[in-house]
Design a protein. Structure first.
Length: 250
C-alpha cells in the first residue's frame, strides 16, 4: 500500500471514530457524497483538500502522519492462546468480528440480543487481548493493523473450517451478489506462482474496499465473505487410477 493510501486509510478511521460519515464530509466540503467516496478510493487529492479533511476530523496534517506511523506499528496477528480464548466463546468472537468490521458500541447493541453490560464486558476482554483500546463512554479503537490476519490453521481458522465453511458452501451461489466458479487445468510452477500473486492482489483489494466502506453507515454495508482456495491438486479418484500415484509431486 502506498503512503498516500495509508494516510487516507488512517484519516478514514479517524473520521469513523469521531462519528463523521461521508455524507457529513460532503456537506462540509460542498461536494456530492459520491465525489467524496471517489476521492478516498482513488487516493488523489491536493494538500489543501487533505488539510480541509484533517480539519473536519479535528486533526493537523502532522497529527495524521503520526497516527499513520503508529498504525504501522500495530500488531497484525494474535497469539495462539489469544485466538483460543476468542474461538471458545461465540459471543466474544461475534463482538471481535464486529469491531474488526468497524461497528460501534451502539450498532452492536441495536443489532444483537446482547445487553449493554454483556457488550461492555466483552469489549473489556478484547481490550485485554489487545484487539482494541477501550475508551470512555464505551468507545474503542482497533489496536491491530489494517493487515491483521488470523493465524494460518490457528484456532479461529480451524473453527471457521469446521463450523462456518460447510454452511457457507451450502448454497447454489445463484442469488444477488453471489458467484461460484470452479476451474481446473494444468499449470507450470511459474504459472502457479503468478496465480498466487494475483490472489494476493485480490485479497489486498478486498481489504482496501473494506477499509474504504468502513466510513459508510451500517445500513449501507453488508457482511461479505470471500473464500479463495488454490493448490496443486488432483481428484483422489483420478489419482488412484494412476499407475504410480507418487509420480507427479509439485
Amino acid at each position: 500500500m502506498s503512503q498516500v493510501a495509508a494516510l487516507l486509510n488512517t484519516l478514514k478511521r479517524e473520521l469513523k471514530a469521531s462519528g463523521i460519515t461521508y455524507a457529513n464530509v460532503a456537506d462540509r466540503l460542498g461536494l456530492s457524497e459520491s465525489s467524496v467516496k471517489r476521492m478516498f478510493s482513488e487516493s488523489k487529492l491536493s494538500l489543501d483538500r487533505l488539510e480541509a479533511l484533517c480539519q473536519i476530523a479535528g486533526l493537523d496534517i502532522s497529527d495524521l502522519v503520526r497516527k499513520m506511523a503508529s498504525e504501522r506499528k500495530r500488531i497484525n496477528r494474535l497469539t495462539q492462546e489469544q485466538e483460543r480464548e476468542v474461538a471458545a466463546d461465540p459471543k466474544l468472537l461475534l463482538v471481535a468480528i464486529c469491531v474488526l468490521n468497524a461497528w460501534t458500541f451502539e450498532e452492536i447493541i441495536a443489532t444483537y440480543t446482547l445487553s449493554e453490560h454483556e457488550v461492555i464486558q466483552l469489549l473489556a476482554r478484547l481490550d485485554r487481548l489487545r484487539l482494541i483500546d477501550l475508551q470512555p463512554l464505551n468507545r474503542f479503537r482497533l489496536t491491530v493493523g489494517s493487515d491483521f490476519q488470523w493465524i494460518p490453521n490457528g484456532p479461529i481458522q480451524r473453527f471457521f473450517s469446521r463450523d462456518v465453511q460447510p454452511r457457507f458452501m451450502r448454497s447454489s451461489f445463484t442469488g444477488p451478489g453471489e458467484k461460484f466458479e470452479f476451474r481446473s487445468g494444468m499449470l507450470s510452477r511459474a504459472s502457479n506462482a503468478t496465480m498466487l500473486k494475483k490472489l494476493d492482489r485480490l485479497l489486498a483489494e478486498f481489504n482496501e474496499l473494506h477499509q474504504e466502506d468502513s466510513g459508510l453507515p451500517l445500513e449501507e454495508r453488508f457482511g461479505s465473505s470471500l473464500l479463495i482456495a488454490f493448490r496443486p491438486w488432483e481428484f483422489s479418484v483420478f489419482r488412484d487410477l494412476r499407475r504410480d500415484p507418487q509420480e507427479k509431486i509439485f
